[in-house]
Write a protein that binds this ligand. Structure first.
Ligand code: SAM
Length: 285
């Protein structure tokens, strides 16, 4: 099926205008679509959660390849069109209206695939890419993989090595919960309207066990956010000033030193193992 032709037909028929506030950029390239389906390794056994189906371009391809598809869309007008145009064709498709960030993704994953891990596939709305990825990673839901189109710059940040210029809190979160691979680079002209930046497809395979162990995962991520939140400050100052943490300057200096780390270092220079060790020492305070 020529999915993109179907999308163009719906856009013309319903006079659809992309809504900027919902980050709507519709994919209009069949070749990229094939790459996403292949990267996600979609097969008949799979339950797929699609975030933001839009006009249903990728939704059609997912329904053709997967066992079941649940597509969550915030824009009521698009939900209405998908209900009329796609649901009658695909008996393995459910459309749910709403904001993915207000839904219990853990519950969706638990209740829809007989306890087996689900796959998430999406061309994500760029304005909330990181919150969605963090929500998917942090809630420990049964998810096998997340294959998503994101801005190229965001993909680079997610995959950045510790200590590199692009590395941020999200890079460490991704490497704690998953292994990441770049699946395709996608130029801006593959979408309507054409965004200002290029995109990339990345796949995150969720790890069964994290690569480092810590006594307090929650505290480790607070320390990571502190360390990367104030890049110009020393690690000691960043932790002391963090609104999420409540340690005195003396405690902070002493604890960082006890963990064998220089309190004057910048937080962005540390890797996951350093933050795991810091969390263990701070958790004893
Ligand atoms: N999947 C379609 C495609 O590839 O052409 C559309 C992708 S477009 C980049 C992002 C989609 O996510 C839009 O349809 C938008 O309305 C939807 N969206 C935006 N914010 C959302 C949210 N918080 N929850 C669910 N869907 C959302």
């Amino acid at each position: 099926m020529n999915y993109v032709e179907e999308t163009r037909r719906l856009i013309a028929r319903y006079d659809i205008h992309a809504r900027k506030r919902f980050g709507q950029n519709f994919l209009i390239d069949n070749h990229v679509l094939d790459k996403i389906i292949a990267a996600a390794d979609v097969c008949r056994d799979d339950f797929i959660l699609e975030i933001g189906p839009g006009v249903g371009t990728m939704t059609r391809a997912l329904c053709e390849h997967a066992g079941r598809v649940l597509a969550v869309e915030i824009d009521y007008d698009l939900v209405d069109i998908l209900e009329r145009e796609l649901v009658p064709i695909y008996d393995n498709l459910e459309i749910r209206e709403g904001d993915i960030l207000k839904m219990d993704i853990g519950e969706i994953a638990e209740n829809n695939n007989a306890g087996k891990p689900i796959k998430v596939v999406a061309n994500l709305p760029y304005y909330i890419t990181t919150p969605i990825i963090m929500e998917l990673l942090e809630n420990h839901a049964p998810i096998q993989s997340i294959t998503v189109m994101v801005q190229r710059e965001v993909a680079e940040r997610m995959m950045a090595e510790p200590g590199s210029r692009d590395c941020g809190a999200v890079s460490l979160a991704v490497s704690y919960y998953a292994t990441a691979s770049l699946e395709a680079n996608v130029p801006a002209n593959c979408f309507i309207p054409r965004p200002h930046v290029d995109s990339a497809v990345i796949r995150l395979n969720i790890r069964e066990n994290p690569p480092v162990l810590t006594d307090d995962e929650n505290l480790m991520f607070k320390l990571i956010r502190a360390g990367f939140g104030e890049r110009r400050k020393t690690l000691a100052n960043a932790i002391t000033n963090s609104p999420e943490l409540n340690f005195s300057k003396e405690e902070v200096n002493q604890t960082i030193s006890l963990a064998g780390i220089d309190p004057g270092i910048r937080g962005e220079k540390l890797g996951l193992d350093d933050y795991a060790r810091l969390a263990d020492f701070f958790s004893k305070k």
